[in-house]
Write a protein that binds this ligand. Structure first.
Ligand code: FNR
Length: 351
């Protein structure tokens, strides 16, 4: 029996029919944060393709938390209805709709990747002033971000809660915090980015305070839904955020109700040195799984069914998040089922 096609219970209400999750991937194709026909076809085709859950791309909890002006958002009650159409259609294919809630912090206000991905200055069209844990820019050429005051931090935490409430009203069943890739949560975790001297900076306990406050705020709204987090397990830079700290944080997150760790890495600092190769982030997921005893997901350069199957058979992770391979082939899961002899059927229209 193929492990990739074994179901898994995440909590009492949520069960996944297989282990393949659509990894969050920004489409930079929205206006004012609203999903449109592009998002509908993009997500529904993967649900038809049989992934067990979709984590919708980074969706901003406040407008200035978008990476670019084309990002999705959920900072307004008016967004709710647009997402309801998506989640109800996703559920028709026995796929669990998830959303990644995000704030880009100092990496916000950029151009769309295919138009250059450069930072748009705050006084230019489609740009705005960025914020961060401290006043260090990501690139030397970027504008210096505003260091958030304690009351501004408190406000973002509250907005994260309101975004959670809206996401639940919109029908999302998995709520994933974007804590990775150098965005705002990571900007607090990493000692290379966070140089604050107040209760949000310095010691490990202080640097993790922001994310723990977000978790507490989200839990005020969560009932049957599942709370996940994506973390960068390493900054891949000297004296940066590392696997040891990630494991300590995951132990606390587990006690605080987080049910899945989606294990990524990097993105925090521009001088990172990553040896990018097949499975390169899997050892992080493996270590977190073993030491924290929590459901973990592996992601990054996984693109073949047997490769994914082996990661699960070796107990290195419980879930496989697929990114670019699912962009190339929305029916990857059905192809994998054939290759691994799993009894998964195409929809009758396609049989
Ligand atoms: C991404 N990735 C990403 N990650 C994330 O946590 N939130 C996001 O919104 C995005 N956006 C995004 C857009 C695009 C176009 C790509 C290709 C990637 C990272 C993605 O989820 C995944 O972690 C990486 O792509 C590595 O996995 P693959 O692609 O090697 O399977």
């Amino acid at each position: 029996m193929s492990k990739l096609f074994e179901s898994i219970n995440i909590n009492e209400s949520i069960s996944l029919k297989n282990r393949i999750i659509m990894s969050p991937m920004c489409q930079y194709s929205s206006e004012d944060g609203f999903p449109n026909d592009w998002h509908f076809q993009h997500y529904i085709s993967r649900a038809v393709g049989n992934v067990s859950a979709i984590i919708q791309e980074a969706t901003a909890v406040v407008a200035e938390g978008r990476i670019s002006y084309g990002d999705l958002g959920i900072w307004n009650d008016e967004h709710i209805e647009a997402y309801q159409k998506l989640t109800s259609e996703i559920k028709k294919y026995n796929c669990v709709p998830g959303i990644q809630l995000a704030h880009a912090g100092r990496k916000a206000s950029t151009e769309k990747p295919w138009l250059g991905h450069n930072q748009i200055k705050s006084d230019e069209k489609n740009g705005w002033k960025t914020v961060s844990s401290s006043n260090l820019p990501f690139n030397e050429s970027d504008e210096v971000p505003l260091e958030l005051s304690v009351s501004e931090i408190d406000n973002i935490v509250k907005e994260w809660g309101k975004a959670t409430e809206r996401a639940i009203k919109a029908g999302f069943e998995i709520l994933e915090i974007h804590g990775a890739h150098g965005y705002l949560v990571h900007q607090f975790l990493s000692p290379l980015i966070n140089n604050r001297t107040d209760e949000y900076g310095g010691s490990f306990e202080n640097r993790i305070r922001f994310v723990l406050e977000i978790v507490e705020e989200m839990k005020k709204y969560i009932t049957t839904q599942s709370l996940w987090i994506r973390l960068s397990a390493s900054d891949w830079a000297e004296n940066g955020w590392n696997l040891e700290e990630t494991i300590e944080l995951c132990k606390i997150l587990k006690q605080n109700g987080v049910e899945v760790i989606d294990v990524s890495s990097g993105g925090g600092v521009s001088h990172q040195k990553i040896d990018v190769k097949k499975n390169y982030q899997v050892p992080f997921a493996n270590e977190i799984k073993n030491q924290v005893k929590i459901i973990t997901g592996a992601v990054g350069l996984i693109f073949e069914p047997k490769q994914a199957e082996k990661i699960l058979n070796n107990s290195e992770a419980d879930l496989i998040f697929l990114g670019r391979e699912l962009l190339r082939d929305p029916y990857f899961v059905l192809r994998a089922a054939k290759e691994l002899n799993a009894d998964v059927k195409w929809l009758p229209q396609y049989e």
